[in-house]
Design a protein around this ligand. Structure first.
Ligand SMILES: [Zn+2]
Length: 80
């Protein structure tokens, strides 16, 4: 009985670790662990691990996309 719950927890942890080894964008496995972020060799995008842990893969933005988003907001403000 107890073994069942432990197995489920280990499986959840294992899945989380696997998620951090797969690019959320191309689902490729050519990712480099950078500590707080992962780098995808194929898309040349960097993703924050916290995003991968908390967001669904179709909601995850790369760091450069996030910066572009912030810049576009700033540009819109200065253009007014
Ligand atoms: Zn990728």
């Amino acid at each position: 009985m107890y073994h069942f719950f432990i197995d489920v927890e280990i499986e959840a942890l294992f899945k989380m670790e696997n998620k951090l080894k797969i690019c959320p964008r191309c689902k490729g496995k050519n990712v480099i662990d950078m500590g707080d972020t992962i780098d995808c060799v194929d898309c040349r995008l960097e993703f924050e691990k916290i995003d991968i842990k908390t967001l669904k893969s179709n909601q995850i933005l790369s760091i450069s996309e996030k910066l572009g988003f912030v810049k576009s907001i700033k540009n819109n403000q200065t253009n007014k």
